[in-house]
Design a protein around this ligand. Sequence first.
Ligand code: SF4
Ligand code: SF4
Length: 178
Amino acid sequence: MTGEKKKKIIKSIKIDVDKCNGCRACELVCSAFHAKPKYSSNNPARARIRVISEPLKDIYVPVYAGDYAPAECAGRDKYTIDGKEYDECAFCRASCPSRDEFKEPDSGLPLKCDMCEGEEEPLCVKWCLSDALVLEEREEEVEEEEEQEELETGLEALADKHGLQKILDTIARMSKKE
Ligand code: SF4
Ligand code: SF4
């Protein structure tokens, strides 16, 4: 690490849980945008945002998918806020081995919010008609860092699950077939 600084745009999405009505339009549009090809299908289980939704307790909390975690934490947290009890790890953003959230439902590969790379505005923000999600941007000086690509994270997750050698053998076998 050279310690070199560079300017980076920090994007944050302010979430107002009092304005969220649990419509889940954000989940729908996110999964459609990330379908291949784009908008060819939608499946909220593939969304990179998840709305914790418990209508009987009047709980609606959008949570964004964060990084892939190869191992689960040694302990789990459980919150009670204003008398409302939330599930174990409810606010955690990790794609973690302890649960199904933020993973491709078919393959188990990690999903991570990319702030809708290439779009002017994140689509979940655009489609939240209740204004529960608001984008904020600011510039910050940060240490130069290498960002891991989605493909790399996916391969890392596969290697954690099956072992690196097995992945390499499979790729070698597949490329022979081509
Ligand atoms: S689109 Fe907005 S109001 Fe609807 S669930 Fe998502 S955050 Fe809540
Ligand atoms: S910013 Fe884009 S990728 Fe992230 S949750 Fe919203 S729609 Fe999905």
